[in-house]
Design a protein around this ligand. Structure first.
Ligand SMILES: Nc1ncnc2c1ncn2[C@@H]1O[C@H](COP(=O)(O)OP(=O)(O)OP(=O)(O)O)[C@@H](O)[C@H]1O
Length: 861
């Protein structure tokens, strides 16, 4: 049957339901029937229920979305049969003309023509069509989403640490000045390329001796030669670079770019576990790097690939560092690639880990310390170069600054490259006189190498001199509102984005940044992030011992300000969050189809920052009572928009953690029951909808809300946002918690149990309240692809790629039934009612099993 005839039959169904509805009303209002009144009312209810799926069905038949497979033949047949049933019913109940006339003039009640049994049969039939139509609608939506999801698994889905790779715009860009560190760079280059060398080269050195700069220079040079596989630069205090959680996903994604043949294997790992970025270090390493590499079969001989990991001491957990050191050498197992690892850290880290002096015993390690004499030489080269340039640029005397001055500076700064650089930046800053500034340094007797604070005090105090009384006060005020905030950002921002986040004028921020040039790394482009040159500056400003110092920054206060500002930015009526912020035409548009330009246009950088870090700043604040008071109104008005934005940005996996931290904070500091309840519910909502929202964000407003409990605050609050297209009014609570698309987790409708399908082909049932493991359902021999609870929560059905559907008793864990699907893998199972199961297989065949008779029937294929 052609789709057109299906559409024509559907129009017939729509018209006939309307006609029957009218007739039934006449029986009640005009005909004043005595017998059968109960049947007429029930029939009227069913006809009205049947009319509900007809409009979306018509839409489905008429304007199909191109990615969808279209209505099945089974559905078209059902529509035709339904039209025939309704037409027969209409004929049977149409009042005869005589009866109709009589009732008008003689006040005779009409006679209802159907026997009770006949009415019962027709009601059952109409009910059946109603649920088949709804199922077809749901199935259609599910199929198209599944299709999109499977097509679009992409390595870009891996959640990686922003700014961690050496060439990421959020990383510092400074490399070794040509002519410096020549020997060491040569040594590293030689080690990388020499076969049979040890695989680990560990460069250690004191703070600010230039290790990161060397690591960046090596990365850049070896990238040009095609040898760099990946890099990760830790940076303490930053949300993603301050720990190892995203180390292996970040390395994996870069390795996928360097070795394209690796990409499908990594994609396979992501498909198997879309949450892999949230797993433990060893699992991430195994699934994202080791296994994909072991499956690689490169024809050419073993290529050498370098992985650079900088500032291991800035990774917050020593245990993680130990794990990293255990795991990395295992990559030597790869037959296709020969790995080299360049690591850097302060000298105390190898000592802490018990590796110091182990060079001979530890076959994988070379620990290289940069000797003091070498550093003196490097710093002399640097000073000579910079001062020569300055002397020429500023037209200073030819003998300026003189060898003696250079010697003094080398003596006072070596081996600290950072103090040398900071002082040189201070002297060469065009806002002052270079010669006078150099004089100020020389007259100060501080040893800058051992006293970094001395360097910063000198520079900051200089800003306060030669000004009238009011100016320093204003300068400090402005400093606190810009640099004081900038140093505590969770990730670096460009001037533009920073100004918008703080709702300040860009020019004002620019002015301040200029003043603090000696301690900031300011990129040439205004859309690239400004960072502090060295973390020691931040430590200096936050040092509690300095509380009296005017430049001291009150960390907690700044976090409070940032949290409040983030909430404000997200709620801005014009530029803040709203439903469908990217103006997507279609609510089943997958996230990966949204291009970067659209995202950054609709979610500008400051809004992105606010979405990701508002909880971080709240948590870092001390006792943020006032700020927490703003959270409930924010969640009540913007929760779904925020989740949508996080999905669009690919950070949905962070939302659960954020909600969790918010929950702990609320309990600790702000005892508000409504907020606690909302946050708990928000957490369950995200867990339930994570997969679908991560794939097709706008489904939050349809599938997300439809399957939310009817009494849930989220459902009530956002009822008006619910999309009408997926309206499923007749399948309310039984769908609660059902995640048919991704079959990983399901809540029982009574809220008692949480079911998880595991990698070991079992399903585990947990007590939702106590967290206790209740049952482990063993029996499948392949991956479990879908799970669903019966409406009364007594049964759980699991479908598996082993081609079976099993039904379990949730109380005893006993296997009650096994149904076999036939030749195809079953990918979805759903309870249609407590005694009927619906399963669909990979070739889109849909079958229904009756749990009592064991009978199976194909609904559509
Ligand atoms: N060879 C070099 N050429 C030019 N500038 C350098 C060089 N080495 C270091 N610097 C400057 O010194 C600053 C500090 O160096 P770097 O951050 O590399 O030190 P580090 O040893 O990694 O410090 P930490 O142990 O504190 O992380 C750099 O930002 C850069 O400005």
């Amino acid at each position: 049957m052609e789709p057109l005839s299906g559409e024509a039959s559907l129009i017939e169904v729509i018209q006939t339901t309307e006609a029957i509805s009218k007739i039934l009303r006449r029986y009640i209002n005009i005909g004043r029937i005595r017998e059968g009144r109960y049947d007429v009312t029930r029939l009227q209810d069913e006809i009205s229920a049947l009319s509900q799926p007809l409009e979306p069905l018509q839409k489905l038949l008429h304007d199909r979305i191109p990615t969808q497979t279209g209505p099945s033949q089974g559905l078209l047949d059902d529509i035709t049969k339904c039209a025939a049933t309704l037409s027969r019913l209409q004929d049977e109940i149409e009042p005869k003309a005589a009866q109709s006339l009589l009732s008008r003039w003689e006040f005779q009640p009409w006679k209802w023509p159907l026997e009770e049994k006949e009415a019962e049969n027709v009601i059952r039939e109409i009910k059946r069509y109603n649920s088949l139509f709804w199922l077809s609608l749901m199935l259609n939506q599910t199929q198209s989403l599944n299709l999109l999801i499977n097509q679009k698994i992409d390595i870009r889905w891996l959640h990686i640490a922003k700014g961690a790779a050496f060439n990421d715009p959020d990383n510092q860009q400074i490399e070794c000045l040509p002519g410096t560190q020549v020997e060491l760079l040569g040594k590293i280059g030689h080690w990388v390329k020499t076969p049979n060398e040890k695989c680990l080269f560990w460069l250690s050195g004191l703070a600010g001796t230039g290790k990161s700069t060397i690591a960046r220079t090596v990365s850049s040079s070896l990238e040009r030669q095609g040898v760099l596989g990946a890099s990760f630069f830790f940076r303490s205090g930053e949300q993603e670079r301050g720990n190892a959680k995203l180390l292996f996903p970040t390395l994996a994604r870069q390795l996928g770019d360097t070795i394209p043949q690796l990409t499908p294997n990594i994609q396979h790992a992501i498909r198997n576990d879309p949450e892999i970025s949230a797993r433990g270090l060893e699992e991430q390493f195994q699934k994202l790097i080791l296994e994909p590499l072991n499956e690689l079969n490169l024809a050419r001989s073993r290529a050498t690939i370098l992985i650079v990991i900088d500032a291991l001491d800035e990774c917050s957990q020593d245990d993680d560092v130990r794990d990293i050191l255990e795991l990395l050498p295992r990559l030597q197992e790869s037959c296709s690639v020969q790995f080299r690892f360049l690591l850097t850290s302060r000298p105390d880290l190898p000592m802490k880990l018990g590796l110091q002096g182990a060079t001979d015993n530890h076959q994988h390690l070379i620990i290289h310390e940069i000797p003091h004499s070498v550093m003196e030489h490097e710093i002399r080269v640097y000073l000579n170069h910079k001062f020569l340039w300055l002397q020429q640029e500023r037209d200073l005397p030819a003998d300026w600054p003189g060898e003696k001055t250079i010697n003094t500076l080398v003596e006072r700064t070596a081996p600290s490259f950072i103090s040398t650089t900071t002082l040189v930046r201070f002297v060469s800053d065009d806002s002052g006189n270079a010669a006078e500034r150099l004089e100020a340094i020389l007259s100060d007797q501080t040893n800058y190498a051992t006293n970094m604070e001395g360097t910063y005090t000198l520079i900051l105090n200089q800003l306060l001199t030669n000004e009238d009384e009011e100016k320093p006060r204003q300068l400090i005020h402005e400093f606190q509102n810009t640099i004081g905030i900038l140093i505590l950002l969770a990730t670096p921002r460009s001037v533009d984005s920073f100004a918008k986040l703080l709702q300040m004028e860009t020019d004002k921020v620019q002015e301040q940044i200029k003043l603090f040039y000696p301690v900031l790394d300011v990129p040439a482009r205004s859309d690239e992030p400004v960072q502090i040159l060295h973390l020691s500056f931040r430590d200096f400003l936050l040092d509690k011992k300095q509380e009296e110092y005017p430049f001291w920054v009150d960390e907690s206060l700044v976090h409070k300000k940032l949290a409040a500002q983030c909430l404000k930015v997200m709620q801005d009526p014009k530029y803040g969050l709203r439903k469908n912020i990217c103006n997507l035409q279609n609510e089943i548009t997958p996230r990966v189809n949204i291009d970067k330009d659209t995202l950054s246009h609709c979610l500008p950088s400051e809004l992105q920052y606010a979405c990701r870090y508002w909880v971080h700043h709240l948590v870092q604040s001390h006792n943020p009572v006032d700020e927490l008071a703003e959270v409930l109104p924010f969640l009540q008005s913007h929760f779904l928009y925020w989740v949508e934005a996080m999905s669009l940005l690919g950070f949905l996996s962070e939302v659960v953690g954020m909600i969790q931290r918010l929950r702990s904070l609320t309990i600790e500091t702000y005892n508000d029951q409504t907020l606690s309840n909302f946050v708990s519910e928000a957490r369950s909502f995200i867990i339930r909808n994570r997969q679908i929202a991560d794939t097709v964000p706008l489904q939050l407003y349809s599938i997300g809300l439809i399957f939310a409990r009817e009494d849930s605050m989220i459902r009530k609050t956002f009822e008006s946002e619910r999309s009408t297209w997926s309206l499923v009014p007749t399948v309310r609570e039984r769908w609660n918690g059902h995640i048919s698309l991704f079959r990983l987790v399901a809540f029982s409708p009574d809220g008692q149990l949480l079911a998880f399908s595991s990698e070991d082909h079992t399903v585990k049932l947990w007590d939702h309240r106590t967290g206790e493991l209740r049952q482990t359902l063993k029996g499948h021999t392949d991956w479990v692809s879908s799970i669903d609870f019966s409406l009364d929560s007594q049964l759980l059905a699991s479908a598996s790629f082993d081609d079976s559907i099993k039904v379990w008793d949730t109380q005893t864990g006993e296997l009650c039934y096994t149904f076999w699907g036939g030749v195809d893998e079953i990918y979805s199972v759903t309870f249609v009612s407590d005694d009927q199961l619906l399963g669909s297989s990979e070739n889109n065949t849909v079958k229904i099993w009756d749990l009592y008779t064991g009978e199976m029937r194909v609904v559509c294929s």
